[in-house]
Design a protein around this ligand. Structure first.
Ligand SMILES: Cc1ncc(C[n+]2csc(CCOP(=O)(O)OP(=O)(O)O)c2C)c(N)n1
Ligand SMILES: [Mg+2]
Length: 319
């Protein structure tokens, strides 16, 4: 892949940040410091789409949204404060892990409703087309969401209207406890693109360069007014569906271990080392810097106040 070494190192640093953020979030959740639900993205950090986007482009995420937020440039302190339920968080501490949004950076929100984001961001794609500034909109969603109505409705209308969109299915082979093998008529979600007359591409979801390259092609197509692309990233989560204790996990140890050997971070690190673009000292320094940043985010969260009880009904919207 023909990216400058600085950019490649930045991609590695970002993936490492996602992993360290979540390792800390998981530990703090189990220490009783974080409330609500936390869905970890560990093992799926190769978010090569965001590194191909421009600042004005917009994305939408899912319940497993920390990686997308970080890749789009969200502030780690405000993210951690939101997980900690503090006033300084993105939703003033009232939304938690599944509701982080930052419109200023084009992050339209994580979403607790499976497939809910697909419809919202398709509206953003229509807005991008109408304002004619060449922006694109990106929908991240899972294999489970691809079996829900909004996936089909939105791909149909986006294809028909040639909306400047990328639909990114992160197929981690499971929707909570249900395996995709038991619920998908065809193994590749990307194959469904044919039904809407748009390109459908399968990529190795643990290879950040492969994803970046597929995304760059789809973005160029979208900006040229040729319409959406469906990209399916085959990947796997290392942790259980959520951090909640006691939930069943039907995946075998062997399956999990197989995917751990395909660690997207170790892979990128190895590629950079092989090119001479990363030394062991660089890697140690990167780890130190990332872990200090996460430490600062936690310190910021812990020093911030909880929302006051009388703020519970502020920021509420009802139709
Ligand atoms: C409309 C709706 N149905 C069910 C749920 C419960 N639920 C939360 S996550 C999830 C599985 C989603 O699987 P997938 O789309 O593959 O994403 P992943 O968790 O694998 O990242 C389900 C069923 C929900 N939040 N929303
Ligand atoms: Mg899934």
């Amino acid at each position: 892949m023909n990216l400058p070494p600085d950019k490649q190192r930045e991609m590695l640093r970002q993936m490492l940040t996602i992993r360290c953020f979540e390792e800390r979030a998981s530990a703090d959740y189990h220490a009783g410091k974080i409330y609500g639900v936390v869905h970890c993205y560990i093992g799926e950090e190769a978010v090569g789409v965001c590194s191909a986007l421009e600042q004005g482009d917009q994305i939408i995420s899912t319940h497993r949204g920390h990686g997308h937020c970080i890749a789009k440039g969200a502030d780690l302190k405000r993210m951690m404060a939101e997980l900690y339920g503090r006033q300084t968080g993105y939703c003033k501490g009232k939304g938690g892990s599944m509701h982080i949004a930052d419109f200023g950076i084009g992050m339209l929100g994580a979403n607790g409703i499976v497939a809910g984001g697909i419809s919202i961001v398709t509206g953003a794609g229509l807005a991008a087309q109408m304002d004619g500034k060449g922006r694109v909109a990106v929908s991240f969603f899972g294999d489970g969401a691809s079996n829900a109505g909004p996936f089909h409705e939105c791909l149909n209308i986006a294809a028909t209207w040639k909306l400047p969109m990328l639909y990114i299915c992160e197929n981690n082979m499971y929707a909570a406890q249900t395996s995709a093998a038991e619920t998908h008529a065809m193994p590749d979600v990307a194959g469904r693109a044919a039904g809407y007359g748009i390109p459908g591409v399968v990529v190795d979801g643990n290879d950040i360069f492969a994803i970046h390259q597929a995304a760059a092609r789809a973005i160029a197509r979208a900006r040229a007014g040729e319409g959406p692309t469906l990209i399916e990233c085959k990947t796997f989560r290392w942790r259980a569906h959520t951090e909640r204790i006691g939930q069943p996990d039907f995946r075998t140890e062997e399956e999990i271990e197989t995917w751990k050997r395909r660690d997207p971070i170790a892979r990128l690190r190895g590629q950079l080392e092989a090119q001479g673009a990363l030394t062991d000292a660089d890697w140690q320094a990167m780890n130190k810097e990332v872990s200090a940043t996460i430490g600062d985010a936690v310190a910021f969260a812990e020093a911030s106040p909880f929302p006051a009880p009388e703020q519970a009904l502020e920021d509420m919207y009802a139709a």
